[in-house]
Design a protein around this ligand. Structure first.
Ligand SMILES: Cc1cc2nc3c(=O)[nH]c(=O)nc-3n(C[C@H](O)[C@H](O)[C@H](O)COP(=O)(O)OP(=O)(O)OC[C@H]3O[C@@H](n4cnc5c(N)ncnc54)[C@H](O)[C@@H]3O)c2cc1C
Ligand code: SF4
Ligand code: SF4
Length: 420
């Protein structure tokens, strides 16, 4: 039984790919990213005339193989000590929202990501923002674009709970004339930080990284099931799909062929994400150590420490994870792009109790995978044992191991998956 990941195809076949797309950025001549509806966006070889050793650099940066904090990241001055072990490096926590009422209203939580990106374009001399927007041809799928102004940024506002591969277009950032912002899920940003070490020009051109918090990416089949439950007969006939936003957390809505949404049932966030989509998360998300963007300059999620009131305007929870991130947040506030207040560390813990439990389970999950010889990524300097020991009850500890053993068989994790 193979336990070590020796080739990039092992990552894909054993369901450890998260679909970041960075391998396709490094090797566009051999790899393109395609949507596999039951799993997610996955690399497909377009040309087999290469020796697999050529993909060594992709294996070096692939978040399906390894995620590792560097030794000195925890030595930064000013880190919040109480958060270090379970949440990674955090310098400051803000509850904030876009000052622009349109961005705030349309944004997933408070439009903070879009407001920060706009600030960088307009005030920091950056030239583009690499991020995710709906695919015009198939609005239930996504594509990656480099946006250059507010109108283009607004086309991608709001979270999309479906596969997206922002890193596949890092070449847009590499060839840009000025630095750019890169927005993605935590694994996308980890891949971006890894690959910039190999590409000098890309490194110079990454002006800021922003990660959204992420409990997991559901496959396209998840979205298709959601659309079915909303009354959509043919998903190819819709002209738009919004998972949330337009209020906080906002409703999941479908626009019909004529931009009309009155025929389809809208779903609340609890109904769409809670009851349908989260069941379709890819396997790599079940064993993810980083749900809060530990490798980004700024990470953004929802301040769920309180229930949003009816018709409440949105708020985002921002973590400044590097000095660069801290400065950009404070300058965006000073120049009127963001409005908000610094918060205490306990707000993060109260806002994301599920993500703390999820991280807590990981040491038990990996132990079960090792015991049964199932391939898994390696995670370095995440303090997983201490999260497992101190943040799970005795029952939860047992369940972290037993639940994984069940999944090994239910998800056939010992076998290679065929994507054909
Ligand atoms: C799959 C997923 C799971 C999430 N899980 C959680 C969670 O468990 N807890 C939590 O607090 N928050 C979670 N979030 C983040 C949350 O939904 C908001 O994105 C976050 O609060 C920022 O809101 P905002 O209004 O500031 O962002 P906005 O201003 O609305 O900007 C959102 C940005 O995210 C980009 N984006 C949208 N979808 C994707 C995608 N699939 N992949 C990469 N980039 C994307 C857009 O292009 C846009 O630039 C999740 C987001 C996603 C995409
Ligand atoms: S996780 Fe990213 S780099 Fe690794 S195989 Fe998947 S798409 Fe490629
Ligand atoms: S849960 Fe982790 S692996 Fe899955 S999409 Fe989110 S950041 Fe990536």
């Amino acid at each position: 039984m193979l336990c070590k990941l020796n080739k990039l195809s092992d990552v894909i076949d054993y369901q450890l790919c998260c679909g970041c797309g960075v391998c396709a950025y490094l090797h566009p001549e051999f790899i393109s990213i395609v949507d596999v509806p039951a799993f997610g966006r996955r690399p497909r070889y377009t040309n087999f005339s290469f020796d697999s050793s050529i993909l060594k650099d992709a294996m070096q940066v692939c978040p399906g193989i390894c995620l590792a904090h560097s030794k000195n990241v925890f030595n930064q001055k000013g880190l919040i000590a109480s958060l270090l072990k379970n949440w990674g490096p955090v310098l400051e926590i803000w509850e904030a929202h876009a000052a622009d009422p349109e961005i705030r209203f349309k944004g997933s939580s408070g439009g903070a990501i879009t407001a920060l990106a706009l600030y960088c374009l307009e005030q920091e001399n950056m030239t583009g923002v690499l991020h995710t927007v709906p695919d015009d041809e198939k609005p239930y799928c996504n594509k990656t674009v480099l946006s250059q102004n507010k109108i283009e940024l607004l086309a991608g506002i709001g979270s999309r709970y479906s596969p997206a591969s922002p890193c596949e277009k890092l070449y847009e950032v590499e060839k840009a004339l000025q630095p750019c912002v890169v927005i993605g899920k935590p694994c996308d940003i980890a891949a971006t930080q890894n690959v910039r070490k190999l590409k000098k020009r890309l490194d110079t051109n990454i002006g800021l990284t922003i990660a959204c918090f992420c409990a997991g990416t559901p496959s396209t089949n998840g979205t298709l099931e959601m659309l079915r439950q909303m009354g959509v007969g043919d998903p190819n006939c819709i002209s738009g799909l919004r998972y949330r936003g337009y209020g906080w957390p906002g409703m999941t809505t479908v626009q019909g062929e004529n931009d009309d949404n009155c025929y389809y049932q809208a779903l609340s966030y609890k109904e769409s994400w809670g009851a349908i989509l989260q069941k379709y998360r890819q396997w790599r998300c079940y064993i993810c150590p980083d749900h809060t963007g530990e490798f980004a300059d700024i990470a953004v999620g929802d301040p769920w420490y309180r229930e949003p009131q009816k018709n409440e305007l949105g708020q985002s929870l921002l973590l400044a994870r590097t000095e660069r991130g801290r400065q950009i947040i404070s300058k965006a506030i000073a120049s009127g792009y963001l409005m908000g207040n610094i918060k205490e560390a306990k707000i993060l813990v109260a806002s994301q109790p599920n993500l703390l439990k999820t991280r807590g389970r990981l040491w038990g999950q990996i132990a079960a995978l090792k015991l049964f010889g199932v391939p898994h990524p390696s995670f370095k300097r995440f303090n997983l044992f201490s999260s497992w020991l101190f943040h799970l009850t005795f029952r939860e500890k047992i369940a972290s191991v037993a639940g994984t053993i069940k999944r090994i068989y239910r998800k056939k994790l010992k076998n290679r998956v065929s994507f054909e």
